[in-house]
Design a protein around this ligand. Structure first.
Ligand SMILES: CC(C)(COP(=O)(O)OP(=O)(O)OC[C@H]1O[C@@H](n2cnc3c(N)ncnc32)[C@H](O)[C@@H]1OP(=O)(O)O)[C@@H](O)C(=O)NCCC(=O)NCCS
Length: 178
C-alpha cells in the first residue's frame, strides 16, 4: 500500500470490480455480479475504498432493517419504547482485498458505515451485522458490537456509540460523497 489516503465513495462505473479478492468467493462474486443490480433495485447501497479511483481495496453494503425488541438483550430493550420492532441499518457485507488486510482498512470502512448510518435523516437505533463466521464475529466484537442473546452471529452497535469513535479524518480512509 502506498500510504496515501483511500477515497471512500459509492460504487461507481469507474471502479474495477474484476480484480477484487478478499479470499471469500461469495463476497468477491457479490461485488462482481450482484452489487450493481442491488443498487439499481434499491435493496442495498454499496460503498468502496479505493487508492486511485479505480482499484477496489474494500467495500461494504448498507440497507435498512429492523430488529425485534424482544431479541435485544433485556438491559438494552428496557430503555427503548415498547414498539415490537426497533429501526436499524444492516451492513450486509464487509470485505477487504487480501493485499490491503491488516492495515486498518476494515476498521475505517466500519467507521465510515457507522458515520453514514448515524448522519442519515431517517432514524435508526443501531448498525446490525450478520457475521459469516466466528472470526468475523470476533472482528465485530473487537469493535464493540454486542451479539443478540439467541443469535450470536447477529451483532449490533447502537449508533449513539459513534460519538465515542475517532474523527473520520484520522482514519486511513477519507469520506467522499454520500
Ligand atoms: C474482517 C476484515 C473486513 C478485516 O479487515 P482488515 O482491514 O484486515 O482489518 P483492520 O486492519 O481494519 O483491523 C481493525 C482491527 O480489527 C482487528 N481485527 C481484524 N480481524 C479480526 C478478527 N478476526 N478478530 C478480532 N479482531 C480482528 C485488528 O486487530 C484491528 O485491531 P486494532 O484496531 O485494535 O489494531 C477482513 O479480514 C476481511 O475482508 N475478511 C474476509 C471477509 C469477512 O470476513 N468479512 C466480515 C463480514 S461477514
Amino acid at each position: 500500500m502506498s500510504g496515501a489516503p483511500f477515497q471512500l465513495s459509492p460504487l461507481a462505473a469507474a471502479h474495477d470490480r474484476t480484480l477484487f479478492d478478499c479470499g471469500s468467493p461469495p463476497l468477491n462474486r457479490y461485488l462482481r455480479e450482484h452489487a450493481t443490480q442491488d443498487i439499481r433495485r434499491r435493496v442495498a447501497a454499496c460503498f468502496v475504498a479505493s487508492p486511485d479511483g479505480q482499484r477496489i481495496a474494500g467495500y461494504y453494503t448498507l440497507a435498512s432493517a429492523s430488529l425485534l425488541l424482544v431479541d435485544l438483550p433485556a438491559v438494552v430493550g428496557k430503555k427503548l419504547p415498547r414498539y415490537p420492532t426497533v429501526p436499524a441499518v444492516r451492513m450486509g457485507r464487509l470485505a477487504v482485498d487480501q493485499a490491503f488486510k491488516g492495515q486498518g482498512l476494515g476498521g475505517a470502512l466500519l467507521a465510515d458505515a457507522l458515520t453514514r448510518a448515524a448522519r442519515a435523516e431517517i432514524a435508526a437505533y443501531a448498525l446490525v451485522v450478520d457475521a459469516k463466521d466466528e472470526p468475523a464475529a470476533q472482528f465485530y466484537r473487537h469493535h464493540g458490537f454486542v451479539a443478540l442473546p439467541e443469535a450470536p452471529r447477529t451483532l449490533f452497535l447502537p449508533l449513539a456509540t459513534i460519538e465515542l469513535l475517532p474523527v473520520p479524518g484520522r482514519h486511513p480512509g477519507q469520506s467522499q460523497g454520500r
